[in-house]
Design a binder for this molecule. Structure first.
Ligand code: FE
Ligand code: FE
Ligand code: ZN
Length: 297
C-alpha cells in the first residue's frame, strides 16, 4: 500500500471541506488534517452540506480515503484546567458533532497544561472532561497528542497518556497522536526510533497509535520548546524522519506534516508539495527552500 501522507491544510469559510481537498491535492497528498475553524479560537461556522459533498466527491475521484482524514481540535482548549470545565465540555461536544457530521474518524487534541495545579490534578481534570464528552456512541477516535513539555504541558511521556487512557470509562475511544518534534523536545531520541516504538508498545500498545505528526525540530532533544522545522533542516534530520514515515509498523497510520511555511521576501510559501515528495521518494533535498520559492514565486 502506498504511503498515507499529507499536511495540515486550511478549512476556509467559503469552500470548507472542498477547499481543504483542493489544497491537499495541490501538494499531491493522500490525506490531510484541518481545523474546523481558526486553531487559536473556538469560533466555528455552520457546516455547508453542499461543500462537504463536493469535497467528498473530489476525494473519491482522487482516492483519498475519508477514514484517514484528521481534524485537530483548537489548541486553546485546556482540558487540564478545571476553571474552563463547562466551556471545554460544551465546545468539545460540539466539535465531536462537527467531526461526526463530516465523517472524519480521527480527532487530535492536546491533553492540556496544568497551569500550576500540578501534574496529578491536571491529568485528573483531563480525565473528567473526556469522561463527560465521550460515550459508547462517540464516532471519532479521540487522539491525545504527545507534547513537548513547554510550560506545564501534560502528555509529555507515554506514561501520562497511559494514565489518562486507563481512566477513561469507554476504553475504545481514546488513542494517541505521536508528534516527532514534540517527542524530540520532550526527550525521546529519534535516532533510536525502534526503541521508542517498543516503549510505546509496552506502555500503551501500538494499536492505539492513530496519527503521526511529522515535523523536524528547531531545538535539541529534551529542550521542551516545541518549534517545528522543515523536513531535513532541523535537529531530527531527514534520515530519522524518513525512517519514521516509512516504518513498516506504521504503514496504516496517517502521517501529517505541520512544518512551517517558508518565508521569502515577505511572502509565505507552503513546503508540503516538496516535503511529501522527499518522504515518498525517500530522498533528501538539500535545495528544499529554493525549490519551494522558485515553484510558487
Ligand atoms: Fe497539535
Ligand atoms: Fe502536532
Ligand atoms: Zn507543536
Amino acid at each position: 500500500m502506498s504511503l498515507i501522507i499529507g499536511s495540515h491544510v486550511s478549512f476556509s469559510k467559503d469552500e470548507q471541506l472542498l477547499g481543504s481537498v483542493k489544497e491537499a491535492l495541490s501538494y499531491k497528498a493522500s490525506t490531510f488534517m484541518f481545523y474546523t475553524g481558526a486553531p487559536q479560537n473556538t469560533m466555528r461556522l455552520p457546516l455547508d452540506d453542499n461543500l462537504t459533498n463536493q469535497g467528498l466527491e473530489l476525494m473519491n475521484k482522487n482516492n483519498i480515503d475519508i477514514n484517514n482524514l484528521v481534524v485537530h481540535a483548537p489548541y486553546i482548549i485546556n482540558m487540564a484546567n478545571d476553571k474552563n470545565y463547562d466551556f471545554n465540555v460544551a465546545f468539545l461536544k460540539e466539535e465531536i458533532n462537527r467531526v461526526t457530521k463530516l465523517g472524519v474518524k480521527r480527532l487530535v487534541i492536546h491533553p492540556g497544561s496544568h497551569v500550576g495545579l500540578g501534574e496529578d490534578v491536571g491529568l485528573n481534570n483531563i480525565i473528567k472532561v473526556l469522561n463527560t464528552v465521550i460515550n459508547k456512541d462517540t464516532y471519532p477516535m479521540i487522539c491525545l497528542e504527545t507534547m513537548a513539555g513547554k510550560g506545564s504541558e501534560l502528555g509529555t511521556n507515554f506514561e501520562q497518556l497511559k494514565y489518562i487512557m486507563d481512566n477513561i470509562n469507554v476504553k475504545d475511544k481514546v488513542f494517541v497522536c505521536l508528534d516527532t518534534c514534540h517527542i524530540n523536545d520532550a526527550g525521546y531520541d529519534l535516532n533510536k526510533f525502534d526503541d521508542i516504538l517498543n516503549e510505546f508498545d509496552n506502555i500503551i500498545g501500538l494499536d492505539k497509535l492513530k496519527v503521526v505528526h511529522v515535523n523536524d525540530s528547531k531545538n535539541a532533544i529534551n529542550t521542551h520548546k516545541d518549534r517545528h522545522e522543515n523536513i531535513g533542516l532541523g535537529t531530527i534530520g531527514f534520515k530519522n524522519l524518513n525512517y519514521v514515515v516509512n516504518h513498516d509498523k506504521l504503514k496504516d497510520v496517517p502521517k501529517i506534516l505541520e512544518t512551517p511555511y517558508v518565508i521569502y521576501e515577505d511572502k509565505k510559501y507552503p513546503p508540503y508539495l516538496f516535503e511529501i515528495d522527499m518522504l515518498r521518494n525517500q530522498k533528501d533535498n538539500s535545495n528544499l527552500v529554493n525549490d519551494i520559492v522558485s515553484y510558487y514565486k
